[in-house]
Design a protein around this ligand. Structure first.
Ligand SMILES: [Zn+2]
Length: 140
């Protein structure tokens, strides 16, 4: 078996885990059977580390419409203009951009961790103020 039908770009995206699930598993499957593909991937990976290929650059070339991370954050917090909000919504749901979906998931996890913290602090506050109220006379 030869190096498979994959382009350098696809293999780089594979390294970056930004391929579609389907393509990811195709590449993985081919890697299992093809020494030459493994060699090619290793070469690409080295070249990439040396800056010959910048995945971000390649990605930007192909995904010019990707919102930035802070724009995605604004999308989550609903602080964007309605036009921009629906632009991002379209990008996420119609183009099914995995890169942005992963970014969004990451941001969402950060946000919900933050709100869990806030919730915990609030509970603590209520508990301690309840404690404070009942102990108020003794304290003062
Ligand atoms: Zn995107």
């Amino acid at each position: 078996m030869d190096a498979g039908p994959f382009t350098d770009q696809e293999l780089l995206a594979y390294l970056d885990e930004s391929l579609s699930v389907e393509l990811m598993s195709q590449v993985e499957e081919s890697l299992r059977h093809s020494d030459s593909l493994r060699v090619r991937l290793a070469q690409l990976s080295r070249q990439r580390d040396h800056g010959a290929h910048s995945v971000g650059e390649i990605w930007r070339r192909n995904h010019l419409s990707c919102p930035s991370r802070s724009q995605l954050g604004g999308y989550l917090l609903e602080t964007l203009t309605p036009e921009f909000h629906s632009h991002i919504e379209f990008h996420l749901h119609q183009t099914g951009c995995r890169y942005c979906a992963a970014n969004l998931e990451d941001l969402q996890a950060g946000l919900s961790a933050a709100s869990t913290d806030k919730e915990r602090r609030r509970q603590k506050y209520f508990q301690s103020s309840a404690g404070y109220l009942s102990a108020k006379k003794a304290d003062r």
